[in-house]
Design a protein around this ligand. Structure first.
Ligand code: NAP
Length: 322
């Protein structure tokens, strides 16, 4: 990690704050660890305190090992700063509690990494949303809107990155079937849709916000051998993943954070928004994600779904759309 084909190892100020949802596992774990080892102050927002604390312990062990190897770019003074905050994206009341706790902490927030996600058979949350729609997309949107004023006032080079996927290209956008229905549900299709929603949201927010000093981008991390794949439901995507793994086309978990870390820290992305960075290269997204009518339809639907939680003050930041 950190080589020429990966993200640059940069020196991150110790008071630069990063929130990584799902930072206890897989891509989120690697991302949190490397950003902390470059000096950043990382908050991992996770649903299990036990798993999060175990992850932080492991990060400390990994850090000691990298330091003893003399890995270039890793901080040489002090400990890594990684903290846990409680967040269950499958519950909007938990998401609101996280938002309130973050606001109450008085911390700045320079980089928000919307990473947590899952693929799952049809299930509905307590908020009556299809699970992947809410965990992968809607709850992250609520965090993004609510914490936006803090991010905007945190200083320079402010970023929001959604961990999307190449999978967004293997589905389409259908307003009539935006959340799963029993008769037509396929887990990988709805997973792919949720990854497409993250991209549609990126375009909408960048347009509505006129950036306001905050860049919103999406990444595709590539196929990463993380716990994500061990839990996946059967289907054509699982066959594709097994084949890719067999021919060595997947990334080991230790390499899997590269794309997200790069989008979070690489100086070349400063001030740039609407990027889809697929395995470290800027690429274009599928046509349906770039259609304004789809972006607006999803936005309207999402605002209705979140209406209970959004105030006039929250929405005031969107006043300047051209
Ligand atoms: N792996 C790949 O090949 C691949 C490819 C493209 C995109 N991605 C995307 O990369 C992201 C990270 O995946 P990964 O491969 O690192 O998988 P992972 O190791 O399974 O990590 C997923 C993370 O999401 C968290 N999470 C799941 N449900 C949650 C909830 N309700 N509330 C809060 N956190 C929740 C998990 O927490 P627990 O540990 O508590 O379960 C875990 O920390 C996902 O968004 C995924 O869609 C992965």
């Amino acid at each position: 990690m950190g080589g020429s084909s990966s993200f640059p190892m940069i020196s991150i100020p110790r008071n630069r704050v990063f929130v990584v949802t799902g930072g206890n596992s897989g891509i989120g774990y690697e991302t949190s660890k490397w950003i902390a080892m470059m000096g950043g102050h990382v908050i991992i927002a996770c649903r299990s305190e036990i798993r999060a604390k175990e992850a932080i312990e492991k990060m400390r062990t990994d850090f000691a090992e990298e330091k003893s190897k003399g890995t270039k770019g890793v901080i040489t003074e002090g400990e890594i700063i990684v903290e846990f905050m409680q967040l269950d994206l499958a519950s909007l009341s938990s998401v609101m509690a996280f938002i309130e706790a973050f606001k109450a902490s008085g911390k700045k927030l320079h980089v928000l990494l919307c990473n947590a996600g899952l693929v799952h058979e049809l299930e509905f949350t307590e908020d009556e949303n299809e699970l992947m729609f809410q965990v992968n997309y809607l709850s992250h949107l609520l965090i993004t809107i609510k914490l936006f004023p803090i991010i905007q006032n945190s200083g320079e080079d402010l970023r929001i990155v959604n961990n999307s996927s190449l999978a967004h290209g293997y589905t389409n956008f259908n307003m009539d079937n935006i959340q799963g229905k029993k008769e037509s549900f396929h887990a990988w299709d709805y997973y792919s849709k949720s990854k497409g929603y993250q991209i549609l949201q990126m375009y909408t927010m960048n347009r509505k916000l006129q950036r306001k000093g905050v860049s919103i981008n999406c990444i595709n991390p590539g196929i990463v051998e993380s716990p994500f794949h061990r839990a996946h439901p059967r289907g054509w995507m699982s066959c594709a993943i097994s084949c890719s793994s067999g021919c060595g086309c997947t990334n080991a978990q230790s390499e899997g954070g590269a794309a997200l870390i790069d989008a979070a820290v690489n100086p070349k992305y400063e001030g740039r928004g609407d990027l889809y960075i697929s395995e470290l290269k800027v690429k274009s997204t599928k046509a349906y994600t770039r259609k304004r009518e789809n972006q607006e339809a999803l936005w309207k639907y999402s605002m209705e779904k979140l209406s209970k939680y959004l105030t006039e003050e929250d929405m005031a930041i969107f006043d300047h759309e051209k």
